[in-house]
Design a protein around this ligand. Structure first.
Ligand code: DC
Length: 225
């Protein structure tokens, strides 16, 4: 099968829209591979911070992107010998990732790496530009949305469960700032692409969103036989 015939479900959406959980579950149900593209931007932010690289230095960040030696296995994300899965999930790293992601050269350096996840029997890819830039020929394109308040509450609950000392007002402010930065940047901004399906998850639970995506995917598969 040629690479372009391998099915892709592309899911974009803002921070804390639930796309990570939803995408993972859909990939598991369908037996597809899974790409969490935000992880790549988070890893670059982590390496840059560890090396004291300024997050405005596009060239240095693009070099980190090109040289990134990362392996994904189950829940582990190994950078060199170290499992950094927990380190990259912090709010600080997410904010750093959002700044790193605004650079064109960084995005360009990550393009081939992301497309390499398109493997048989299929891929579920989530991020901000999966539908528009990375997999414009995706079989199904989804844009997941939820109000900023709902997303702040979800993130708050998640962080509380991890035992973090968090404040909901700060989280809401962070989410709003991140939304603005991810949506207003000139390269690959977060926005719904024309031919994607819009799902507002404010009043839906994870299972309902997963079922709706799988329903839409099945409908396309049936149409194409
Ligand atoms: O999905 P996330 O929170 O792990 O993403 C972290 C940051 O990376 C997010 O603020 C924007 C950026 N990002 C991006 O610009 N493009 C992607 N495809 C994925 C993430």
């Amino acid at each position: 099968m040629g690479i372009n015939n391998i099915p892709v479900i592309a899911i974009d959406g803002p921070s804390a829209s639930g796309k990570g959980t939803v995408a993972q579950q859909v990939s598991r149900n369908l037996g597809f591979h899974y790409l969490d593209s935000g992880t790549l931007y988070r890893l670059i932010a982590l390496v840059a911070t560890q090396r004291g690289v300024n997050l405005a230095d596009e060239e240095a960040l693009a070099n980190i992107a090109k040289q990134l030696r990362v392996t994904f296995k189950d829940k582990e994300i190994r950078l060199g010998g170290e499992d950094v899965a927990d380190l990259i999930r912090t709010e600080a790293c997410g904010n750093g990732a959002s700044r790193v992601a605004a650079h064109f050269q960084v995005r360009k350096a990550l393009l081939g790496r992301q497309r390499a996840f398109r493997l048989d029997p299929g891929l579920v890819a989530e991020g901000r530009d999966m539908c528009s830039v990375v997999f414009p020929d995706a079989t199904l394109k989804i844009f997941l949305a939820a109000s900023a308040e709902t997303r702040a509450q979800r993130r708050y609950k998640q962080l509380m469960e991890k035992g973090a000392d968090v404040n909901i007002a700060t989280i809401l402010q962070d989410i709003r700032e991140r939304d603005a930065r991810d949506s207003d940047r000139s390269v690959a901004p977060l926005k719904q692409s024309a031919n994607s399906s819009f799902i507002d998850t404010t009043l839906l639970n994870i299972t309902e969103v997963v079922n709706e995506i799988q329903r839409q995917y099945t409908e396309i598969c049936v149409k194409n036989v």
